[in-house]
Design a protein around this ligand. Structure first.
Ligand code: AHR
Length: 339
């Protein structure tokens, strides 16, 4: 589980929510909160049913994204939401125009994972100007442009820096503190990629026997991860470990390692983040060493936050999701959490 003490996010928000269901805001700690009636006047959210909610997805190219979208589809009826959904197909500009069209349709609430931190920040301000409250899920925006609690209600998501720490700590143990690492980064400019890199690099910097010999983006996609790994393996045949920012790229890297005649899990240790079913199967097969879970199930959390906000309750500026951790010691008994 993620540490309760982690306060390392760059905009230093300290609130945390551990359970994915139940009294979601009961464990919030820290100072920053958002209400519809604060001085800086976040837009109000009506308590009517149905509530028209816009959910603007970034892309649908992996199990994590599909699980996230499904979580919103599943909660819609229970939450009294009529959901308008879009898919930006991996394009920042399409995600922005999707959200602009939702603003033009006067949705009551906007919920979205910003594909990248900077390009998606101004649209948050446009929504606020149009009087539409925003909940960000999964990834955050650049806090120097749009700020949680001031420009949007809250960020619901994992501590990506902590995920990087946990992946790094596992690798230090698994390799006895000696490794030549290839890092496969997620989408350049995404908070998930920036922070997962930061957290992992911090651990590696404290271990003189470990070095990152190459680091390149595989855009969170399996095939891109495989292609990048193929190229990097040729340039760095001495590699002994891979850190991939998500399971899909790790699975692509495993395919490339096997194609190069090496054994993942023996010749090259692989560690990653997500906890998908595919990742868990690869752990069970001994090819993937470990995966830090990154929960995609934001639908119920967003529903709970929206209902509380509509009633005028204070919402912490970061509703922090705690994540499991899988390696060969526990993967079999946790298979039910794979997605
Ligand atoms: O933002 C979360 C990341 O985005 C997930 O790790 C990845 O699989 C997804 O595309």
């Amino acid at each position: 589980m993620a540490s309760l003490n982690t306060q390392s996010r760059k905009h230093a928000r300290k609130q945390q929510i551990r359970p994915l269901a139940g009294s979601l805001l009961a464990l919030a700690i820290g100072l920053g909160v958002a209400t519809a009636h604060a001085d800086d006047a976040l837009p109000k959210l009506p308590t009517k049913t149905p509530l028209k909610v816009g959910f603007a997805q970034t892309e649908s190219n992996n199990p994590w994204r599909l699980a996230e979208t499904k979580s919103f589809k599943d909660i819609a009826a229970k939450c009294g939401w009529q959901v308008v959904m879009t898919d930006a197909n991996g394009s920042n500009s399409k995600q922005v125009s999707d959200i602009q069209s939702m603003i033009a349709q006067h949705v009551d609430l906007l919920v979205f994972p910003p594909r990248e931190e900077k390009p998606l920040a101004p649209i948050v301000l446009q929504a606020k100007k149009a009087g539409i409250p925003v909940i960000l899920v999964d990834r955050d925006v650049d806090q120097s442009v749009a700020k949680a609690g001031r420009d949007y209600i809250t960020f619901i998501g994992s501590d990506f820096i902590d995920q990087g720490h946990r992946a790094g700590d596992w690798l230090v143990k698994a390799t006895g503190g000696k490794a030549k690492i290839i890092e496969l980064e997620g989408t350049t400019g995404a908070s998930a990629a920036n922070d997962r890199k930061k957290g992992f690099d911090e651990v590696i910097a404290k271990n003189p026997g470990m070095s990152i010999i190459a680091s390149q983006s595989g855009d969170f996609a399996r095939d891109k991860g495989r292609q990048v790994m193929e190229t990097l393996l040729q340039a760095h045949p001495d590699v002994t470990a891979v850190y991939a920012h998500n399971d899909e790229m790790a699975l692509g890297a495993i395919a490339a390692i096997k194609a190069a005649g090496k054994q993942p899990g023996k010749d090259i240790q692989v560690v990653t983040i997500d906890g998908t079913k595919g990742g868990m199967d690869a752990i069970a097969a001994g090819e993937l060493g470990a995966s830090v879970q990154s929960s995609p199930f934001f639908g119920p959390l967003a529903c709970d936050v929206a209902q509380r906000y509509a009633k005028g309750e204070k919402i912490p500026t970061w509703v922090k999701v705690s994540d499991r951790f899988y390696d060969k010691s526990n993967v079999q008994q946790n298979m039910q959490y794979g997605y």
